[in-house]
Ligand binder design. Structure first.
Ligand SMILES: Cc1cc2nc3c(=O)[nH]c(=O)nc-3n(C[C@H](O)[C@H](O)[C@H](O)COP(=O)(O)O)c2cc1C
Length: 185
């Protein structure tokens, strides 16, 4: 299994970082793309450096590098997760506007009929955001906002973040213990 992981400039970059930490522990190969604004959000919202975040991935590409392996459908990957996904990147993906490697790799994932999971983050959502999500959902893209649950009684932000990451990994049938499942509580 090999996953493309993109982190964009939305609040909640910790979701993408926790995703990479988890996949590294599980020995799952990852290819990371960080947007320029993701890097800024990492320094604004977390104690991590972009070098640390990049070190979690098996390989990385600059978001401007359209010659990256993952820019082509001939390069085989299992699928892609954008966590978190800004409304700008959502729009680029929904409209096939491949101005960054993140949008291009997502477009490749769609055209090659591979699984794409978007952890979209904005509130409230405008009709433009909702239309972009609906368009992609109808094509089979998984729209997975980081909406927490309370029946597991989360005790910390870590619990909440782990739940969101676990829900993304569930989409790829990756075994994990990031959150307790209903029926085991
Ligand atoms: C601290 C911070 C938080 C932000 N949060 C969001 C957000 O939750 N959702 C969103 O769509 N954009 C958010 N933005 C705005 C995006 O960063 C901006 O639209 C940017 O162009 C996204 O580019 P990217 O998708 O290439 O990373 C935020 C920006 C900053 C600085």
């Amino acid at each position: 299994m090999k996953l493309v992981i993109a982190i964009t400039g939305s609040t909640g970059v910790i979701y993408g970082i926790r995703m990479l930490e988890t996949l590294k522990k599980l020995n799952i190969e990852t290819h990371l793309i960080l947007s320029e604004w993701a890097a800024k959000c990492i320094s604004l919202e977390t104690e991590y450096t972009t070098d640390y975040v990049k070190s979690l991935a098996t390989s990385t590409s600059d978001e401007k590098n359209m010659a990256s392996s993952i820019s082509s459908g001939t390069h085989q990957v299992t699928g892609m997760i954008v966590a978190p996904c800004s409304m700008k990147t959502l729009s680029a993906i929904a409209n096939g506007y491949d101005d960054t490697l993140i949008a291009r790799a997502a477009g490749v994932t769609i055209k090659e009929s591979r699984k794409l999971v978007l952890m979209v983050r904005e509130t409230p959502l405008s009709a433009i955001h909702l239309e972009n999500m609906l368009k992609l959902s109808r094509l089979g893209i998984v729209i997975l906002p980081p909406v927490t649950e309370f029946y597991t009684k989360p005790k910390s932000i870590d619990d909440i973040v782990n739940h969101g990451v676990g829900k993304c990994l569930d989409q790829f049938d990756i075994e994990h213990d990031l959150y307790p499942r209903w029926g085991t509580l």
